[in-house]
Design a protein around this ligand. Structure first.
Ligand code: ANZ
Length: 700
């Protein structure tokens, strides 16, 4: 039941059944869906190289490594027995269904790159000479450029490749072992860094290039990852940058096998040519363009049974266990019914598994979960057989809860199912999801995966959880850089709430700038918003906190106030829909000014609408004023104000007057004025007539 190192590259049955494309999946029957899930073994235990962080005392998912490394923690590779979730089974659908979403393009692009679908071929190289044992070994490589096969002048296998020990010659053994030890301390990210100097060792063995028949040396180098493709490459230094650098560093031959069309290339190669072009020095594919050359060579390889078409994904299975106390425990026990220990899922009756009370939450540091040190919790009995059993002591990563919480929120008191069909159908998918872009390849990928599994199980009715997404901008410190404790530029909202109230803080946040933009906090700016809200308050509340509605009148608002009112309703309504909260607040400020300018007092009807408009921004203020005006129901139960398009139209328009392209004057004239009247007005303008007097007007 343990899948071994490098499982994801093995053609195990589970992988085979998972290779549905999105279209094939659509055509498949329910039974096929169910079989797929059963075959997939979506949760499995693997003895696999993992990202171990000694300082944190836990393993990390691939998606988490760079963040922790940026914080200064070291992350090393180490073989450990871990739970994995087979997200790779969904790679194709996770990629394909992005097309149905309204998400920021940059985030979808990050997911596409993370999933990293590559079309190419797998090619088998026979290890030909120099090997210590008489056995025959095959090294399978993955390449996106099978058309460059004639230019493969050496091979590289990953330091973790299972054949390393088998093919390394006696003389090379020590150097190889030393090199492997050196590499163990490096993270994948470091290893694939293009700018890094290339390192590697020769194994002493040679393989036969199947196209040229020539023996080519087999090297070990850390720029080849065991976790991608087959963990081995054919190196084509003429057309791959990393191979080129490596060949230069170690004096390996560089051959030109692709050429830009129309270029005569006999001069020495000074840089890898990585573009497509015409195959040269390539036997029966010479003269073909890259796409045809690929096709032809793969057909030949398939015929010779030396290779075949292949699709690879950068996406790895999701490492799903952590050595922490506080994660969700696994509903798993290990039992031994006489044939060795194996993991067994707990029945529903035994759920939930509750974490024990502990003195110390600290990681044990040994790689074991802190739970492993509590024998009373670990040792239990299998309720079905009465035999002793041992609990799984790893816990789930923090991403587990966020992968499905949005479904549970729909029906939180349901104690029979995750969510009722009815509620799920009514609410899903999430219409608008607001969250940070930093979750692009973690939460936002994991939850899509879980959602698709739940869809396959018939628990949810949509293929995707979050239809539309927007990333909110970050509020920076007052000095324009990201807030951080170490920089001392953190603004504590509590301070401003106690000084100005939560409504001021909320409205100020909205007023600060475009929703999705990064913008600096401005402690002075908040006082402007505070004054604005106070002025709304003061219209009917006196200094003594007593309601004084005498400034409100029941008379009809002036034409100009009426127009501002309808313009404001329209602007605030549209701006809220489009998440343009900052301009909605400025529109309300304009209305507030217009109200105060009204000669005959503030019309009650207009004031009530202003309060309704501000209520989503300053809910406490709005509700209080609403009550004080004698309304009994909550303002949030009142209807949203409607505007009349006709009443938003200005009755004057501003006309700009230019002479020979230069602006000379402006005129405010009634809307709809006739052209010839307008021309007469323009010519009579003093500022204009100065420039046209005595001249003939050619064009108006
Ligand atoms: C020969 C070749 C010739 C290649 C050429 C490229 C250009 P993507 O697009 O990322 O899928 N490769 C394969 N497996 C690897 C591994 N485990 N670690 C490091 N590199 C690996 O790129 C696939 C290409 O990356 C493959 O195609 C292989 O180099 C390399 F002119 O093969 B290529």
């Amino acid at each position: 039941w343990i899948e071994s190192n490098g499982t994801q590259n093995l053609p195990c049955d589970a992988r085979k059944t998972c290779d549905y494309t999105a279209d094939e999946w659509k055509q498949a029957t329910n039974k096929e869906h169910a079989d797929f899930l059963a075959n997939c073994r979506l949760a499995y235990i693997a003895e696999a190289p993992v990202n171990w962080c000694p300082e944190l005392g836990t393993v990390l998912a691939n998606e988490e490594v760079s963040e922790q490394e940026e914080k200064g923690f070291t992350v090393v590779r180490r073989n450990m027995r871990q739970w994995m979730l087979r997200i790779t089974a969904y790679a194709d659908r996770l990629l394909h269904d992005l097309a149905t979403l309204e998400w920021p393009e940059s985030t979808m692009e990050m997911q596409r790159n993370w999933i990293g679908r590559s079309e190419g071929a797998e090619i088998d190289f026979r290890v030909a000479m120099g090997i210590p044992s008489p056995e025959e070994y095959i090294i399978r490589v993955f390449t996106t450029r099978p058309d460059t096969l004639f230019g493969a002048t050496y091979m590289v296998i990953a330091p973790e490749h299972p054949l390393v020990a088998k093919i390394t010659t006696e003389e090379r053994k020590e150097s190889v072992e030393n090199y492997i030890e050196e590499v163990r301390r490096k993270s994948d990210l470091e290893r694939v860094d293009l700018s890094r100097e290339k390192t590697g060792v020769f194994t002493g063995a040679y393989a036969k290039n199947p196209a040229t028949g020539q023996p080519i040396p087999i090297w070990i180098a850390d720029y080849v990852l065991m976790t991608y493709g087959t963990g081995a490459i054919m190196a084509v230094p003429g057309h791959d940058e990393r191979d080129f650098e490596f060949a230069q560093a170690f004096g390996l031959p560089i051959v030109r096998v692709v050429q830009a069309s129309g270029v005569e290339g006999s001069e020495p190669i000074v840089k890898a040519y990585t573009e497509e072009g015409i195959a040269v020095n390539s036997g029966f594919i010479s003269g073909l363009y890259t796409s045809e050359a690929k096709q032809k060579i793969v057909e030949w390889l398939e015929m010779q049974k030396l290779g075949h078409r292949a699709i690879k994904y950068k996406l790895r299975d999701w490492l799903f266990s952590r050595q922490r106390f506080w994660g969700e425990p696994f509903p798993i026990i290990f039992v031994d019914e006489g044939e060795g220990e194996y993991p067994k899922a707990l029945s529903d009756k035994m759920l939930p598994v509750v974490l024990p009370e502990v003195e110390s939450y600290k990681p044990s540091g040994t790689g074991e979960s802190p739970l492993a040190t509590i024998p009373e919790w670990v040792n239990t009995t299998d309720p079905e057989t009465g035999l002793p059993a041992r609990r799984e002591t790893n816990t789930m990563p923090q991403w587990a809860g966020s992968s499905w919480y949005y479904l549970r929120y729909l029906d939180p008191a349901n104690d029979r199912e995750l969510v009722s069909n009815e509620d799920e159908k009514y609410w899903m998918p999430v219409d608008l999801y607001i969250g940070g872009a930093e979750h692009a390849v973690t939460h936002l990928l994991y939850s899509r995966f879980w959602h698709k599994v739940l869809f396959d199980l018939g628990i949810v009715s949509t293929k995707e959880p979050f239809q539309r997404m927007i990333h909110q901008g970050i509020v920076l410190g007052e000095n324009g850089v990201k807030m951080s404790k170490s920089l001392g530029n953190v603004v504590n909202p509590d301070e401003f709430i106690s000084k100005f109230g939560a409504d001021t803080l909320r409205t100020y946040y909205m007023f600060l700038g475009p929703f999705d933009a990064m913008k600096p906090w401005d402690s002075k700016g908040i006082t402007g918003v505070y004054r604005f809200l106070n002025r709304i308050w003061r219209i009917v509340i006196g200094e003594d906190n007593v309601t004084d509605a005498s400034r409100l009148t029941d008379i009809v608002p002036s034409k100009s106030l009426e127009r501002t009112l309808h313009q404001t309703i329209r602007k605030v309504t549209e701006d809220i829909d489009a998440l343009r909260f900052n301009t909605a607040v400025s529109a309300m400020m304009i209305l507030q000014n217009a109200i105060e300018d009204e000669q005959e007092g503030v019309p009650r009807a207009v004031y009530e609408i202003l309060i309704k408009l501000i209520s989503p921004f300053a809910p406490h203020l709005a509700e209080e004023l609403w009550q004080r005006l004698g309304n009994h129901d909550s303002i949030f139960k009142s209807s949203w104000p409607q505007y009349d398009d006709a009443k938003t139209i200005e009755d004057t328009v501003t006309i700009i007057l230019q002479v020979n392209g230069k602006m000379r004057d402006k005129l405010d004239v009634p809307r709809g004025m006739a052209q010839q009247d307008l021309e007469r007005f323009a010519c009579e303008s003093e500022k204009v007539s100065r420039y046209i007097d005595g001249k003939q007007i050619r064009k108006v």
